[in-house]
Design a protein around this ligand. Structure first.
Ligand SMILES: *[C@@H]1O[C@H](CO)[C@@H](O)[C@H](O)[C@H]1NC(C)=O
Ligand SMILES: *[C@@H]1O[C@H](CO)[C@@H](O)[C@H](O)[C@H]1NC(C)=O
Ligand SMILES: *[C@@H]1O[C@H](CO)[C@@H](O)[C@H](O)[C@H]1NC(C)=O
Ligand SMILES: *[C@@H]1O[C@H](CO)[C@@H](O)[C@H](O)[C@H]1NC(C)=O
Ligand SMILES: *[C@@H]1O[C@H](CO)[C@@H](O)[C@H](O)[C@H]1NC(C)=O
Ligand SMILES: *[C@@H]1O[C@H](CO)[C@@H](O)[C@H](O)[C@H]1NC(C)=O
Ligand SMILES: *[C@@H]1O[C@H](CO)[C@@H](O)[C@H](O)[C@H]1NC(C)=O
Ligand SMILES: *[C@@H]1O[C@H](CO)[C@@H](O)[C@H](O)[C@H]1NC(C)=O
Ligand SMILES: *[C@@H]1O[C@H](CO)[C@@H](O)[C@H](O)[C@H]1NC(C)=O
Ligand SMILES: [Zn+2]
Length: 503
């Protein structure tokens, strides 16, 4: 006892000393925040990207590229904490409530876009930074009016009203005008009337309106995107919509048709840097790798790994940008929640063979079946779907029949496409010993990453109370932003009180 006890004291004393050195001491060093300094704030979200997803992406990359087990992701060197994300209505959040907590510091009900549980609009960081002189950019691979991008700049009682949300994003019905200066992603249909094949019940063409009104520069395809010299030449406000709804998964995507998330991010960094080069403030850029979440919902391991690696590549790009820019820049990367309850039982590199063999997602192949008009469905499933699409050689007739059963022959081609996509993806996952515990979101904590090129911002970031080191609630992101800027979210809440949150 006499020997053990002092040792315990020594260890805990050492731990305390390290703690004090790392965190408390940092606070004791006076950091001059009185002079407003020009800053860029970059926030990266992997929607539905949980801790096991990080692990999967890391292993996938190592095996696929023949790298050492020590060759890590761009993200890996920058883990600073974890984040809890239960919403006002459930331990399991959706992207709307999680995004609202990140963007406003307030927990809300699943499905709500930056309104509180009583449905009152609450000020968001995008709006607050805009009032401080920051330029604002939103970059995604889903619809730009979807939950994660919209929470920073719009308010709606339901995430489903994307027609209302995009009117706010372009500034038409937002009390502060347009908050984003740059919007890149999908969701073009929410800017086009149903009479023109879009999704707007009011039949308006917001795309034509903003162009005719001279309020936004618009591009709708890859060729247009490419004509702006990677964004250096773009005139803001700038709207780029490259898909009717979601971008295809990276595994299915035609690069000649869609700019990648990395290219879109490069565009945004160039355009926003140029736009703010003579300003007192820099920019706030939110980039979401949106479809990691969808791959989780569809239990699709091949899509999940590639979406996650695209996100990691964006992180690498942002690292390079931050190293090279003269402007003090802080980068935070996290997820809003985990999706799919991903469990990794892979035992070695060979378990990746079936994953690498897949050339398409379950979603894409389900649509192939949905669009099949021939009279040999079983043959089509064998060759086009399983052998070519999934690259699987050893499969059973039971598996072929299992997929065919999702096609309801009795009711004129009604297809259960989502469930069929899950069943197709399952052929790959089960062979790779990858298991999924859910088709929905889960309540598992997600990782927090961050770094800066400025010492004072690094110190603020690593503060366990007002920064993001350690274990946090998703509402703490706003606490951190308050610690490095002069934003006043309550003031914003007053200024936006009249925003229409429903039709
Ligand atoms: C949800 O919000 C209501 C109203 O603000 C509040 O009374 C309640 O405690 C909240 N519930 C949770 C679980 O946060
Ligand atoms: C375009 O301008 C017209 C006329 O001022 C206005 O009514 C309309 O709301 C504007 N559209 C958008 C999308 O801002
Ligand atoms: C929009 O167009 C559709 C199809 O042409 C029509 O059914 C609908 O009534 C129109 N809605 C409005 C608000 O004009
Ligand atoms: C810049 O943009 C204009 C169109 O706005 C285009 O005509 C021109 O070629 C572009 N220049 C470069 C260098 O990309
Ligand atoms: C800003 O735009 C100008 C004119 O298009 C271009 O020549 C310059 O390279 C851009 N600067 C940056 C930092 O992107
Ligand atoms: C970042 O820079 C490194 C080293 O210069 C380079 O290898 C890498 O490709 C860059 N990443 C991106 C995404 O451009
Ligand atoms: C993956 O493809 C290779 C080459 O076609 C094939 O030999 C192998 O059996 C496939 N793996 C699985 C699990 O089907
Ligand atoms: C083919 O699959 C069966 C059962 O699914 C398995 O027992 C057999 O080992 C597999 N053969 C090859 C060559 O992978
Ligand atoms: C997934 O694969 C397992 C093992 O082959 C099977 O038992 C299960 O029914 C499959 N699930 C779906 C949705 O196809
Ligand atoms: Zn989801």
């Amino acid at each position: 006892m006499a020997f053990i006890f002092p040792r315990l004291i020594n260890i805990s004393t050492l731990a305390l000393a390290v703690y004090l050195y790392l965190f408390t001491n940092v606070e004791a060093i006076p950091v001059d925040n009185s002079q407003p300094k020009k800053k860029n704030i970059i926030f990266l979200v992997g929607d539905g990207f949980g801790p096991s997803g990080v692990n999967l992406a890391r292993n996938y990359r190592q095996v696929e590229q023949g790298l050492s087990r020590r060759d890590l992701l761009n993200l890996d060197g920058h883990l600073i904490g974890t984040q809890r994300h239960s919403s006002n209505s459930s331990y399991i959040t959706d992207s709307a409530a999680a995004g609202t907590a990140l963007a406003t510091g307030k927990k809300t009900v699943n499905g709500y876009i930056s309104v509180d549980p009583e449905q009152n609009p609450v000020g968001a960081i995008g709006e607050a930074l805009k009032l401080q002189g920051y330029a604002v950019g939103l970059v995604v691979t889903t619809s730009v009016g979807d939950a994660t991008p919209s929470v920073w700049a719009a308010h709606s009682r339901t995430r489903r009203d994307q027609d209302l949300i995009v009117e706010q994003l372009v500034g038409e019905i937002h009390p502060l005008g347009h908050i984003p200066d740059l919007i890149l992603g999908g969701g073009r249909d929410w800017f086009i009337g149903v009479n023109d094949g879009g999704k707007r019940p009011d039949n308006r063409s917001l795309i034509e309106e903003v162009q005719n009104n001279g309020t936004w520069t618009y591009v709708g395809d890859r060729e247009g995107f490419d004509s702006y010299d990677e964004g250096r030449n773009a005139t803001l406000p700038f709207l780029g919509l490259f898909a009717e709804d979601n971008f295809p998964y990276r595994i299915d995507r035609d690069d000649a048709e869609y700019p990648s998330l990395v290219e879109q991010t490069q565009f945004a960094l160039n355009a926003l840097s140029n736009y703010t080069k003579d300003s007192d403030q820099g920019f706030f850029l939110m980039v979401e790798s949106s479809r990691i979440d969808h791959a989780g919902h569809e239990n699709c391991v091949q899509s999940h790994a590639l979406e996650a690696l695209e996100y990691d590549e964006v992180f690498g790009l942002v690292k390079n940008f931050t190293r090279e820019t003269d402007v003090d820049t802080v980068v935070i990367a996290t997820a809003d929640h985990e999706t799919g309850g991903l469990v990794l039982n892979l035992q070695g590199p060979r378990d990746f063979d079936p994953v690498f063999n897949a050339t398409h997602s379950g979603e894409y192949l389900a649509n192939e079946i949905a669009n099949y008009e021939g009279d040999d469905l079983l043959g089509f499933i064998r060759t086009t779907v399983i052998e070519e699409g999934l690259g699987l050689t050893n499969y059973t007739e039971e598996e072929v029949q299992r997929l065919a059963d999702y096609v309801d022959n009795n009711s004129e081609g009604i297809l259960y496409t989502t469930a069929l996509g899950v069943a197709i993806a399952n052929l790959t996952s089960s062979r790779a010993r990858v298991h999924w515990g859910s088709l929905q979101h889960t309540s598992v904590d997600v990782d927090l990453y961050g770094f800066s090129n400025a010492d004072y911002l690094t110190q603020k970031l690593l503060n366990v109370r007002t920064g993001l080191a350690g274990v946090h609630e998703n509402t703490d992101f706003s606490v951190f932003i308050k610690s490095i800027t002069d934003i006043d979210l309550d003031e914003v809440t007053e200024l936006i009180a009249d925003v229409p949150t429903r039709y």
